[in-house]
Design a protein around this ligand. Structure first.
Ligand SMILES: [Zn+2]
Length: 148
């Protein structure tokens, strides 16, 4: 829930920012001129406005991309950036070792994000696995039955 609230807050902030930029553009840029008794439209007929709208669109698309990319690599529990990327698999020995993938972990141990680098059947989503609250129990289960 906190994860999606943070994402929504970033989107709302970006929308407010770009609404302000649009209002600033309307206040600062001159209106399109009258040409032959016809007022030219902003987009496609007035070079200043057309250039500004292209720049506005590129900045908006770039901001949305950065927001989604930043959200993808955040912990679903504490919202911190995921760290310590570990590569596994191999490009040249996929069938023997496994497909290439990168695994990120939350610095506080809340979970692990597994990002697949090869998508055979369309876009496969990332695999987020939450860890148990007690990481020592998980470590002991990995060490096997040697200490009983
Ligand atoms: Zn975390």
């Amino acid at each position: 829930m906190k994860y999606w609230l943070f994402f929504s807050a970033k989107i709302v902030t970006a929308v407010a920012l770009f609404a302000g930029i649009w209002l600033t553009m309307e206040a600062l840029l001159p209106d399109p001129v009258m040409f032959g008794g016809v007022k030219l439209r902003r987009f496609g007929q007035d070079l200043t406005w057309t250039t500004a709208i292209f720049g506005y669109f590129l900045a908006g698309a770039g901001t949305l991309y950065v927001i989604v990319l930043d959200q993808r690599y955040r912990c679903r529990t504490c919202l911190r950036r995921l760290r310590m990327p570990v590569n596994s698999g191999a490009w040249d020995q996929m069938l023997r070792i496994g497909t290439p993938q990168v695994e990120y972990i939350c610095p506080f141990g809340h979970g692990t994000l597994n990002v697949k680098l090869v998508h055979f059947a369309g876009r496969e989503g990332d695999d987020w696995r939450e860890h148990d609250d007690n990481i020592w129990r998980e470590l002991e289960s990995l060490s096997g039955n040697g200490r009983k």
